[in-house]
Design a protein around this ligand. Structure first.
Ligand code: NAG
Length: 272
């Protein structure tokens, strides 16, 4: 083993000598092999050296990565009102609006053109027998002056058709009364000799005084009598005293320079 190791060293030395290797390497190899003793105790650490001078400033490093997003800042103070902007361009035509409410009724239009004549209708059913609607009436006329102060002046006969109808009677002509100190005359109708009781008498009076008597004037006395039965009715126009005021007969005149007349008409029953 040892001989082999020496042999190797020799070979290496030959090679190193032939290749230009240093002589000291060869000696160290020989000393390690010959004089290796026990290691000594390690020495004490030396005193720290003085700090060296600052090195030169290095080159600028590469940019670091982006930092994390920071928290939102506080709301800023409200700014001043901006100036009025420029008028914008005309917008597009909008969609049609919804249906509006009904308008007010307009004024009445003019009358339309008369329509064409319609077609002839069918023949109607035969109607029921109706009542006669002809008016049953009569008048009696005369032209004279009656100085009679009490009693009948003129009769007029009338044929009444229904029980329930009424008679409308009227006198039209000149009436007057002459006075002493005072005067009053009454003219009234009778029906078959009796004054009307349905509902009351048909009459009129003239009252006067000497300074203000009741001279000849055209006057009219008329009324309805409702309870006269059907048949012949003698209607009389009469003159007399103003019975409830005085029984004295005064100087009454009936008719004067003009025609007098009694007019009679049968009329339907009064409404209830
Ligand atoms: C009128 O009444 C009487 C008595 O009730 C009656 O006899 C007569 O027939 C009636 N006349 C008419 C036209 O109704």
């Amino acid at each position: 083993m040892f001989s082999f190791f020496v042999t190797v060293l020799v070979v290496i030395q030959v090679i190193a000598t032939s290749g230009g290797q240093s002589v000291s390497d060869e000696r160290n190899q020989q000393k390690a092999c010959v004089s290796a003793g026990i290691p000594g105790v390690p020495g004490l650490p030396g005193v720290n050296g003085l700090p060296g001078r600052d090195g030169m400033k290095g080159e600028k490093g590469m940019n670091g990565e982006n930092g994390l997003v920071g928290n939102a800042g506080r709301q800023g103070i409200k700014g001043d009102e901006g100036s009025k902007g420029i008028k914008g361009e005309r917008g597009l035509v909008g969609d049609d609006g919804g249906k509006g409410n009904a308008g007010k009724i307009g004024p009445q239009g003019p009358q339309g053109i008369r329509g064409e004549q319609g077609t002839k209708g069918e023949t109607g059913r035969k109607g029921e027998k109706g009542q006669a609607i002809t008016l049953n009436w009569k008048q009696c006329v005369w032209n004279r002056v009656d100085v009679k102060d009490s009693g009948l002046i003129q009769n007029c006969n009338f044929r009444k058709h229904d029980n329930s109808s009424a008679l409308h009677v009227a006198y039209a002509g000149t009436l007057g009364v002459y006075c002493g100190s005072q005067c009053c005359s009454r003219w009234y109708f009778t029906f078959n000799g009796n004054e009307c009781s349905g509902p009351m008498t048909i009459e009129g009076i003239l009252y006067g005084r000497p300074a203000n008597d009741s001279p000849h004037r055209h006057r009219q006395i008329e009324g309805y009598c409702e309870n006269i039965p059907a048949g012949q009715v003698t209607i009389g126009f009469n003159v007399g005293n103003c019975n409830k005021w005085t029984s004295t007969i005064y100087d009454g005149h009936t008719g004067y320079l003009s025609v007098s007349r009694i007019m009679i008409a049968e009329v339907p029953p009064s409404q209830k």
